[in-house]
Design a protein around this ligand. Structure first.
Ligand code: 2AM
Ligand code: CA
Ligand code: CA
Ligand code: CA
Length: 258
């Protein structure tokens, strides 16, 4: 079937992710191959690679002229956001995947000429798929998701990053103290999905493009704000501290960091 509308593309990508989930669950029943990338805390498995390969090939069929950026390097060497760009994190939370067999996500972000267009965060074990974008709204397992309330930092749980909280970067201990308490999941995708669902008032972490590409699309669609810690816009092709929060929580956090 030829894809002519964004809704059809959205449906097809959700089907691709469900198929990917089936493969990942099957591979979890076999011995994993685990390797270190830069350190003992930075892992990659055979499933990260095979799932990226599956998703990149699937997206390539849907959108043959697009550029595809994948964490494990099986896509293209993307240096510009011009045209159609897909950004893929095949397994977000690889450490959780290896040690917990839970609390990991697949993520895909789609940008057209730099404009957030479609986003997907799939909590694999919970079978909870967040999907959509500015034109279509956001759904969870195909049911419309309402925008979360504009809670203040003082009235919500704060999604922290383990390393940033331990080393107190970006005033993270003060931010956590000002909130109802910090929560750390070890997966950007899971924590961003909790902000989307109104379960966290914000999330701050040092992130690479594939960690926040999907989340940015979904968060902005729901009236949440995505920025650097100085309030400046994020750049989709660089890494840095990224804040995803309600408008009220963002105001409080920017003041604390400043
Ligand atoms: P990953 O599992 O896809 O690598 C907690 O570790 C979160 O931060 C996960 O979402 C993880 O994504 C991401 N992450 C891990 N190491 C990172 C690094 N060195 N820089 C940025 N993000 C990282
Ligand atoms: Ca990784
Ligand atoms: Ca990631
Ligand atoms: Ca990953």
């Amino acid at each position: 079937m030829a894809i002519t509308t964004l809704q059809q593309l959205n449906d097809t990508v959700q089907g691709l992710l469900q198929e990917a989930r089936t493969h990942v669950l099957a591979q979890m029943g076999t011995q994993l191959t685990v390797a270190q990338k830069t350190s003992r805390k930075d892992l990659v498995t055979n499933v990260d690679k095979s799932n990226e390969d599956f998703l990149v090939h699937g997206l390539r069929q849907l959108d043959p002229h697009a550029q595809i950026l994948g964490e494990e390097g099986l896509g293209d060497n993307v240096t510009s956001m011009a045209g159609h760009v897909w950004i893929v994190d095949p397994i977000d939370g690889t450490m959780n995947f290896v040690h917990q067999r839970d609390h990991f996500a697949m993520m895909i972000g789609y940008y057209i000429d730099g404009e957030p267009t479609l986003g997907y965060i799939y909590d694999v074990m919970a079978d909870r798929l967040f999907a959509g974008g500015p034109e279509l709204g956001v759904t969870v397992n195909s049911k419309p998701l309402k925008a979360p309330a504009d809670l203040a930092l003082a009235d919500g749980l704060f999604g922290a990053s383990g390393p940033l909280l331990i080393h107190d970067r970006y005033a993270m201990q003060a931010i956590a103290h000002a909130s109802l308490g910090p929560r750390i999941m070890g997966s950007a995708g899971i924590q961003i999905s909790q902000v989307l669902a109104g379960e966290l008032v914000g999330y701050l972490s040092y992130l690479r493009p594939w960690d926040f590409a999907a989340g940015r699309v979904l968060a902005e669609t729901l009236g949440l704000v995505v920025s650097q810690v100085d309030g400046k816009p994020v750049n989709m092709l660089s890494s840095g501290a990224v804040l995803i929060a309600t408008k009220s929580a963002q105001r409080a956090i920017l003041t604390i960091v400043r």
